[in-house]
Ligand binder design. Sequence first.
Ligand SMILES: NC(=O)c1ccc[n+]([C@@H]2O[C@H](COP(=O)([O-])OP(=O)(O)OC[C@H]3O[C@@H](n4cnc5c(N)ncnc54)[C@H](O)[C@@H]3O)[C@@H](O)[C@H]2O)c1
Length: 278
Amino acid sequence: MLADLSGKTALVTGGGQGIGRGIALKLAEQGADVAIADINDEGAGAVAGEIEALGRKSFSVHLDVTDPDSVGPAVAEVIEGFGHLDILVNNAGIGRVAGKAGGGLEDDWEENWATVMDINVQGVMRCTKAVLGHFIERKYGKIVNTSSGAGRGPILWGPPGGAGFGSPYGPSKAAVINYTQYLASSLGPHNINVNAICPGRVWSDFHVTAIAEKQRKDPSLAEKAPQEIFDQNVADMIPLGRGQTPEEIGNLVAFLVSDDASSITGQSIHIDGGQRMV
Ligand SMILES: NC(=O)c1ccc[n+]([C@@H]2O[C@H](COP(=O)([O-])OP(=O)(O)OC[C@H]3O[C@@H](n4cnc5c(N)ncnc54)[C@H](O)[C@@H]3O)[C@@H](O)[C@H]2O)c1
């Protein structure tokens, strides 16, 4: 079996829904025991239940990636619960703070920058630091950070000037790519692999929030169902003509955290139907 994760244990942040749920379920299907860490306690508990139904061990922990006082104890609880930890997936993230019509430079407001950077960038740093002592002591560890195609440059959505996922989301995900490279170079000597994934478009609450803001800004979109707007955009922008699924994202992560990928580190891999070809 490719990506055999038997005997491995994993922690997935933001695993209570969306892409994180897809990653967590795939790791469990491949044999890992998986803890679900999220501020969405209900979702995290439900995903843990789904994993147990697959015959793997699982439990949920309340973990807020913006709060060092939450991250440390939650990670310690997971390590104690499983006895050891092999895999960290830093997946928790947001596109923008809801509440103002967004798109292009209109997304450059102070709270939006502060919150997006705190969750998407410092959140990755906090959770990584919390597992590092354990990984280094065991001379083994796999870290995958969820970046985005937006981390390579703005993703246009609509006419020029209307960058769909421009700022501060793009800068936050660019930082994730750069930090991934820094971690990979620092941690290689400890036999710790660190990679990033760059999903294209996966239908999730992430897009529900983003599209709601677009609809508030553009009256011509107001009557359309959010998923219809998403599907049209995906058909226009992605060579394969469709969005990606959480399961597909999980397939890539399962490979990257497996020993089949033991020579791969410091990479940022696009999984986006051909949206970005760099
Ligand atoms: N959906 C896409 O098309 C897409 C594309 C590229 C990258 N991404 C990235 O994938 C990741 C998952 O996104 P998604 O589409 O599943 O969105 P989502 O909104 O469905 O899920 C995000 C998860 O992160 C959790 N979360 C948010 N803030 C948190 C915090 N402070 N502490 C802990 N957990 C927190 C949420 O509760 C939720 O469970 C994000 O990092 C996002 O930037 C998404």
